[in-house]
Design a protein around this ligand. Structure first.
Ligand code: FAD
Ligand code: SF4
Length: 572
């Protein structure tokens, strides 16, 4: 009998365990298996195989039961997910259903999640900008939050590394606040975007550039992408359905199949990680407790190193739930700061306008990208009464209308002959929020989820700094659009919009130099449990104005390679 048990333990023992198979987990899996480590990837959701499990990817609009609209019953059952722009009839199957995964909103927070192999990498909008020196220097400069233990120079080679593999399109713009990367050819700006860009260069002496967005699309696949089985992006802009060409980067099309090819990866879907096992005698983590999402049975898996990539808030949850005599308040939580200093992006406000020129032009095809206004506030010095800054998306298209009155031939003709109006442009602000102790997550003392795990309590809100930033965005953008000759400029703010919809939550397990004020060291190891690595958004000390996922990828690759080296040296 004991012989059988030993065999079973052996079968459940790996060199490394990765928790989560989304953007960061995919990179952990790729790097660790690439270094020869037998790696178990635990994923709470179902398996989603590249191409075969994208059921809507080739459907025409009329083939959908509700012609692409969300039926009322689905909306009513999912008030949180429905608020996400990407939750539609063609993509709803990749979103968590609200009732199935409850959490406590101490303050309103729209937590958007994708629980399946690939996580949110199937759903993301693929904006991928490097962070700059100014982003990593932010906290040291203004004293808000703690100083980063790494700088841009530490992460730059890893940006290059992940960009080449993932495939990022963009233009080399030479901007200090937005470093260039290893780009595939950029998409083209529309004529009205180019016009705005030229006008900004003229009126602001090149200090407010408007550039084409940088995004994870294969505009010109390289041999490394063909080796992954991926092909050129066809500009269908149906990405949230999953792309059969692998035209955009997802874990499913890229990192996970690459890891699988090594023969070293074991992928276990339906595996909800409950907690990490800490061995007091060994003074390190030895494995994880996992609940089968279907049978609800608990099993333990063991490994020498553990990578936490469950996405920011779930990573916090798992650590908070990993209690032991040594760590009664959660693994690594000697200073009581675990779960605190959560930050997000201020996406609350937009601006729109019209342009009367370019009446003889329109756009062709569906570019899966837009233009981008990099941060221009408080970059080189503090110049406003709010801290940090904002970037903005910017894109333009021709307004069209069709006459839908009439019948038969007349109706057919009016439907196929679009009437063009003015060019219309829109911009949304992406503001950096300041990580604060009062923005936190914790475990609810009473409520449990369907797997018996304490529910996460989220207490995160906007503050004065965010409000001032919104006012500034309205003022500056109105001035900029006016100078560029736009009309009908309209600002839109929605103060009731809760944090969360940016889907860029970060922090709670921040990196830092001092174990008294941070949880992780410069290699993403828990200060007090060195064989546990946190490399998703939970590790972020501050959160920049740029989109975060490229930085999660670079930080993960860097940490995974370090972990593999340390393991080889028997330091872990
Ligand atoms: C509509 C949308 C648009 C977005 N646009 C952008 C963008 O343009 N640019 C950008 O940078 N980012 C964007 N994002 C955010 C981006 O998707 C996330 O930053 C990124 O996916 C985070 O990577 P991750 O590995 O931390 O989490 P995920 O990719 O979400 O993966 C986490 C995985 O862990 C699993 N998991 C969670 N808990 C457990 C557990 N207890 N046990 C086992 N497994 C678990 C989950 O099921 C999931 O598969 C967008 C997101 C969405 C939804
Ligand atoms: S736009 Fe490109 S990546 Fe998106 S679905 Fe189309 S081909 Fe795929």
């Amino acid at each position: 009998m004991s012989f059988l048990n030993i065999d079973s333990v052996k079968e459940r023992t790996f060199d490394a365990i990765v928790i989560g198979s989304g953007i960061s987990g995919g990179w952990s899996a790729k790097e660790l298996t690439g270094k020869g480590l037998r790696t178990l990837v635990l994923e709470r959701g179902r398996d989603v195989k590249h191409i075969t499990d994208y059921p809507t990817t080739n459907m025409n609009p009329w083939e959908f039961e509700h012609l692409g609209q969300l039926p009322k019953a689905l909306k009513d059952a999912n008030p949180i997910a429905t608020r996400c722009y990407a939750f539609n009839e063609d993509s709803a199957h990749f979103f968590v259903k609200d009732a199935e995964h409850p959490y406590v909103q101490e303050k309103p927070f729209d937590w958007i999640r994708g629980y399946q192999v690939g996580g949110k990498s199937l759903l993301w909008a693929r904006g991928t900008q490097r962070w700059s020196k100014y982003d990593f220097d932010g906290p040291a400069r203004d004293g808000f939050a703690v100083e980063w233990p790494i700088g841009y120079e530490d992460i730059a080679p890893w940006y290059s590394y992940v960009e080449k593999f993932a495939g990022i399109s963009g233009n080399k713009d030479g901007l200090p606040q937005l470093p260039d990367g290893e780009f595939l050819p950029p998409h083209e700006q529309s004529c009205v975007e180019k016009h705005f860009s030229e006008q900004m260069a003229k009126h602001y002496n090149n200090t407010r550039p408007v550039i084409i967005g940088r995004c994870a699309h294969l505009t010109k696949p390289q041999p490394i992408h063909f080796q992954q089985g991926r092909a050129k992006c066809m500009n269908r802009n149906l990405c949230e359905r999953g792309c059969p060409f692998g035209g955009y980067f997802s874990s499913n099309s890229s990192t996970l199949p690459w890891a699988a090819k090594t023969g070293k990866m074991t992928l276990k879907p339906h595996s909800v990680v409950h907690s990490i096992i800490f061995d007091e005698k060994k003074n390190k983590a030895t494995g994880v407790r996992v609940i089968d999402s279907q049978t609800k049975e608990m099993t333990e898996y063991y490994a020498q190193i553990i990578f936490l990539n469950a996405a920011t808030l779930n990573t916090n949850l798992i650590l908070l739930n990993s209690t032991s005599n040594r760590f009664p308040n959660g693994l690594g939580n000697d200073n009581g700061l675990l779960g605190k200093y959560i930050a997000f992006h201020n996406f609350r406000t937009t601006i729109s306008a019209e342009y009367e020129g370019f009446q003889d032009t329109t756009t062709a095809g569906i570019r899966p990208n837009g233009s981008y206004i990099p941060r221009f506030r408080n970059v080189f010095k503090q110049e406003t009464d709010f801290l940090r800054g904002y970037a903005a998306g910017f894109s333009g298209s021709r307004m069209t209308s069709n006459d839908t009155s009439g019948l038969g031939e007349e109706l057919k003709t009016s439907l196929t002959q679009k009437k063009y109006g003015n060019w219309r442009v829109g911009s949304h602000m992406m503001g950096e929020t300041i990580p604060k102790e009062s923005n936190y997550v914790a475990l609810d003392a009473n409520l449990k989820d369907p797997w018996g795990i304490p529910q996460l309590k989220v207490s995160v809100a906007y503050d004065d700094n965010d409000e001032k930033m919104i006012v500034d965005f309205h003022e500056q953008m109105t001035e900029m659009l006016t100078k560029a000759g736009f009309i009908n400029i309209k600002t839109h703010d929605n103060p009731t919009k809760a944090p969360g919809l940016d889907i860029h939550e970060m922090g709670g397990v921040r990196m830092g130099k001092d174990p008294k004020t941070s949880l992780l060291n410069k290699w993403n190891q828990l200060h007090s449990c060195k064989n546990v690595f946190v490399t998703d958004g939970a590790c972020m000390t501050s959160n920049s104005t740029q989109n975060p996922s490229l930085t999660f990828m670079a930080i993960t690759a860097r940490a995974a390679n370090h972990a593999a080296e340390e393991l080889k040296k028997k330091n872990l």
